[in-house]
Design a protein. Sequence first.
Length: 98
Amino acid sequence: MTTTEMPAVHECTVSGCSYNHDGCHAFAITVGGDNGSADCGTFVPLNTKGGLDRVVAQVGACSRADCRHNSALECTAPSVRVGAGQGGHAANCLTYEP
């Protein structure tokens, strides 16, 4: 798999993340978690804005092996959405499907 084949972060609605300003500006996100949800491990709750100006964030790694989009720890979804999760989780991969 090459970087051009990595799924894009199509949408991020997490307003409290340093990488989200008019879209996700991280080069790549990491999805993980073992609490029944798929947490965005790249979530950074700071007032400082980070990331790259001209970038479409991609899924760099996913350790949720139980997700139907996960193949050998790589995301195979066409794109992902990130947003607030249930139970107070600040940033989750909303494309996650067990």
